[in-house]
Design a binder for this molecule. Sequence first.
Ligand code: DLL
Length: 433
Amino acid sequence: MVVWEPRIENMPPEELEALQYRSMKTLVYRLYSFSEFYHARMRAANVHPDDIRSLKDVTKLPFMSKKDLRDGYPDKTFAVPRKEVVRYHASSGTTGKPTIVGYTKNDIENWTNSLARSLTSIGLGPNDVIQISNTYGLFTGGIGFHYAAERIGAAVVPASTGNTERQIELIQDLGVTAMAATPSYMLHLGEVAERMGISIKNDTKLRVGLLGAEPWSIKMRDRIEDWLGVKGYNCYGTSELSGPMFSECSERDGIHIWGDMAYVEIIDPETGEHVAPGEKGEMVLTMLQKEALPIVRFRIGDITSIDPEPCPCGRTHPRIRRIFGRVDDMLIVRGINVFPSQVQHTLMSIPEVGEHFQIIVERKGTLDTMLVKVEIKKEAFTDNIVKLMEIRERIAHRLKNSLNVGATVELVEPGTLPRYEGKSRFVVDKREF
Ligand code: DLL
């Protein structure tokens, strides 16, 4: 039941490139002919599908970003009729509106297959019990891992997030061997287990962590392994690509990006030109098989590099190194993407709020906390505590609704937050990764 496709996964690099070129060509013709959005984009860039005569010519195609999806909200960038869409997911955008991702039946199939291949490359299969502690719902983490884990024949425990004590009981009682979660949740689980008098290392069978959705370092990986006896495997994806799709293999030395599904480029974020092989830059992905929401030269905003060395596991597809950071100011708090611009957008819709705010993110114990300090307007400032509390509650409620993650709100007097002459720095991130 495992998903291992050596004919594809171990394909000689020249053959893989030839396959990518054929898929790219088909994709570009399809979009030019059937997608209003891409047709207009290509016309504006003065490029015709006939101009793509090798993989290198991909650089003639225009870039795409989250902004295009936002401007096309909810589905103007979709390339199939509504009746072919079988699912929607959503991810936070830079303003109040999320970006919507649609899937055809084939899109779900490819997503599942991609992650199932990755889980197999870690060594998971029908003997495993996999607890999915990523959120189920509009976020792609829960359902994405669920489908892939079922596909490899594992027994799935769809725990979703929250109720950590019960999650620990399930890990013990069902003999859970692997868990999909954010790395910070994994650490939190370890703490709660300790408080319950349970050692994850000695009292459970949990040995594999399918960890991702937020930045984490080798240091954090080692800590999880030493303390909990859980080997962490770096899992990567974004909702625009479909969701979590790729992971490290048993070597744990870089994330294999399946080349039959995706074409990776690394660019200099300033110039848009390719960096030298092996150098760091902004990752740009083209999804070669996606139907409902095609993704062509998508600037995800993550900084990484491609490891040019072949992987000892024998798989030949490109491997990216850990994500080093972002080109924009996106923060990830408890696995949820938060844009300071989205916080600003929400705050500015509240009449009592002034122009200045500050987001302070900290890791208290193992969980991220977000404090939003808000200056309120002079005319709204009062010594009536009840009134101030009402404003604070209202702000917290609005933020929770628009960000999908809770924040503590502190109201401060007008004129007390730092002012900047240059670029404002709205965020103070005190976390250590
Ligand atoms: O976070 C999909 C996912 C779910 C990946 C579960 C892995 C596990 P989005 O909510 O669209 O999708 O957020 C995507 O999260 O652009 C990165 O900045 C960040 N991210 C995801 N995985 C990693 C990782 C999901 N392994 C954004 N390391 C991406 C660092 C990651 N950052």
